[in-house]
Write a protein that binds this ligand. Structure first.
Ligand code: UDP
Length: 237
């Protein structure tokens, strides 16, 4: 089924996408591959990126082991900055102009998040990588992706993960599970389907920003899915 095409999009990359075959951290070869795929489509779209940090540190998991939740979440946000710099580095090595903007100001490392400046970068053809999530503990980078997509007026949010869409049950546990081609935000929330966390889904619903869930580990899939083909699930109103 052909899906609509978009001009300005936000691509959310989970931290785990950057791990490659590893269980933790950043795999330079994997980051380089993801960067090449992004570079292949960069000229056709105005691209915003939000990167997660789960490959390095997750606040909730650390809090479960006794860390103070707020401090742990700040550590998680700092992890996303490391990932953002890794993606920036890989993109710039292949000639793609980028800027990193952090929700937590750290002026010697990258720009602070300034929406109008981000807008200018997009107009100049640069990819803007939004780091440090929302800047607030108790949130996730999914919520940051939904927030930045709304703020930057993105036509859609593409969530690159290691599964090829949204299923009506967990395909690892239930062999009869089937993938949705499209599904409504309200169905996702009512059935607690694993797409993004509920606050991110609600923000996209309320601002009418479709979420396209696809497998970014599959080579070449990003370009297909952005072009409206390829295997994915579209979450919409
Ligand atoms: N985080 C946060 N506020 C935000 C975004 C992220 O506190 O607005 C922290 C949180 O601890 C989270 C960690 O950063 O566990 C890494 O982000 P996330 O788990 O969303 O990364 P992903 O799962 O996408 O790799």
């Amino acid at each position: 089924m052909e899906r609509p095409r978009f001009k300005r999009i936000l691509l959310k990359l989970s931290g785990e996408v950057l791990m490659g075959q590893g269980q933790f951290g950043i795999d330079p070869e994997t980051v380089a591959r993801v960067a090449r795929e992004i570079a292949d489509v960069a000229a056709q779209y105005e691209l915003c990126l939000v990167v997660g940090g789960g490959n390095i540190f997750r606040g909730l998991a650390a809090a479960a082991k006794g860390f103070d939740r707020t401090s742990a979440d700040y550590m998680g946000m700092l992890a996303t900055v490391m990932n953002a710099l890794a993606v920036q580095n890989a993109l710039e090595q292949i000639g793609v102009d980028t800027r990193v903007q952090s929700a937590i100001p750290m002026s010697t490392v990258c720009e602070p998040f300034i929406r109008r400046r981000a807008e200018r970068h997009l107009q100049k053809g640069r990819i803007v990588i939004f780091a440090a999530g929302t800047g607030n503990p108790y949130f996730t980078t999914d919520s940051a992706a939904a927030l930045r997509a709304a703020e930057m007026g993105c036509d859609a949010l593409f969530k690159g993960t290691s599964v090829d869409g949204v299923y009506n049950a967990d395909p690892k546990k239930d062999p009869t599970a089937t993938r949705y081609e499209t599904v409504t935000f309200n169905r996702v929330l009512a059935d607690n389907l694993k797409v993004m966390d509920a606050s991110a889904v609600a923000l996209c619903r309320d601002n009418d920003i479709p979420i396209v869930v696809f497998n970014i580990r599959e080579q070449g899939n990003l370009a297909h899915v952005l072009a409206g083909s390829g295997t994915a699930t579209v979450v919409q109103n």
